[in-house]
Write a protein that binds this ligand. Structure first.
Ligand SMILES: *[C@@H]1O[C@H](CO)[C@@H](O)[C@H](O)[C@H]1NC(C)=O
Ligand SMILES: *[C@@H]1O[C@H](CO)[C@@H](O)[C@H](O)[C@H]1NC(C)=O
Length: 344
């Protein structure tokens, strides 16, 4: 009887969730998860989180590094996505700036909003939510997916009428100018096999029970992946305002934005995660009943000022231009150069 009471106590309903800003740590062409050791990697990424980030990082990065760009100062994880570029009529590219979420701490420089929620925003569904372990890493989506494949659940776009717009979501880039920019959303799978910190394709150790929109209540974890972990999600606000004049858009009526992978449809959207919370801090937050910023100031998490977040950064390992008008996406050949080589 005693164990039954204990078991019930462990799975009592509770509500807890983290939503916080992380400013930009670095924008550069490396990918320690998919292309470890390669400088440069195939395409440009925007990275937030702890400054132990480097192209060969391994092990418990929560014990390494000296600063983090995230609001919760025990979070030395790294979070990254591809970068959005605008393609002009003359074929040159310019990086789209990132701006901060209006609901956050205020004046966060670039970066993204990170969520760790339970079964949904309101409840753990009476499941124990088990924090990720040191060395844990995963990806969601893939640079090789296109419109001929099925869109991945939870990878979506929102055309922002204002910074607070949240619906509708689309699987492709918005087809019309979005007055307050484009929000890219990345929801990760939340069921773990309980054994592997990673897998060869960085995805098989996890299972996604989300149906469509990533913040909808999750279904039960399957026997193959029985451990419910936090629902991790990123939101990045791409500030397209300087590119919204239709006279700058392609004459064929298509939309002008491309991921740094070269994808102009939006299906190749993907994201990477390397866990790096210090000690049991993330588990403490998941076991608590705090919501969002109220989890800071030691209740139960340590937090820091926006000035401290914005002061943390990592230098690029790659010496190449990624800003201003570029003839080609970094790592891709320009059309002019391809033509010259073809004619030679
Ligand atoms: C990268 O990080 C690893 C630890 O994750 C460390 O051993 C290595 O020295 C770092 N490399 C550089 C170039 O800083
Ligand atoms: C290409 O187009 C952009 C946007 O219209 C413009 O700012 C840039 O100067 C152009 N570059 C060249 C080489 O014409």
């Amino acid at each position: 009887m005693k164990w039954l009471i204990l078991a019930l106590a462990l799975v009592a309903p509770s509500q807890a969730g983290l939503r916080f800003g992380c400013s930009t740590l670095s924008i550069q062409r490396i990918d320690p998860l998919v292309e470890p050791g390669s400088v440069p990697s195939a395409h440009v990424h925007q990275i937030v989180g702890g400054n132990a980030f480097n192209v060969t990082m391994t092990g418990d990065i929560g014990t390494k590094g000296s600063c983090t760009t995230c609001f919760f100062s025990e979070d030395f994880s790294n979070y990254w996505t591809a970068v959005l570029y605008f393609k002009a009529r003359n074929g040159t590219y310019k990086r789209v700036p990132i701006y901060d979420n209006a609901q956050l701490e205020g004046d966060v420089s670039g970066g993204m909003t990170v969520y760790y929620t339970q079964v949904d925003f309101n409840t753990n569904g009476k499941d124990k939510i088990t924090a990720f372990k040191p060395g844990f890493r995963m990806t969601v989506g893939s640079p090789t997916i296109n419109s001929k494949n099925k869109a991945v659940a939870g990878l979506r776009y929102t055309c922002l009428q204002t910074k607070l717009t949240r619906f509708p979501e689309t699987v492709e880039f918005p087809t019309q100018p979005c007055p307050a920019g484009i929000m890219a959303e990345h929801h990760f799978p939340a069921c773990w096999d309980g054994k592997n910190l990673d897998s060869p394709n960085h995805q098989d150790h996890m299972y996604d029970t989300a149906k469509d929109s990533g913040f909808a209540p999750a279904g039960p974890c399957p026997a193959s992946h029985p451990i419910r972990m936090p629902q991790l999600a990123y939101e990045t606000l791409w500030d397209t305002r300087q590119f919204n004049d239709k006279s700058l858009w392609p004459t064929d009526g298509s939309q002008p934005f491309v991921w740094s992978t070269g994808d102009g449809e939006g299906y190749s959207t993907h994201a990477d995660y390397v866990f790096g919370w210090k000690g049991d801090s993330l588990q403490k937050a998941m076991d608590s009943t705090c919501m969002f910023d109220a989890c800071g100031n030691g209740k139960p998490l340590q937090s820091q000022s926006v000035a401290q977040m914005n002061a943390c950064s990592v230098k690029s390992s790659v010496n190449e231009p990624i800003e201003g008008w570029l003839d080609a996406l970094p790592g891709k050949q320009s059309m002019h150069k391809q033509k010259r080589e073809f004619n030679a």
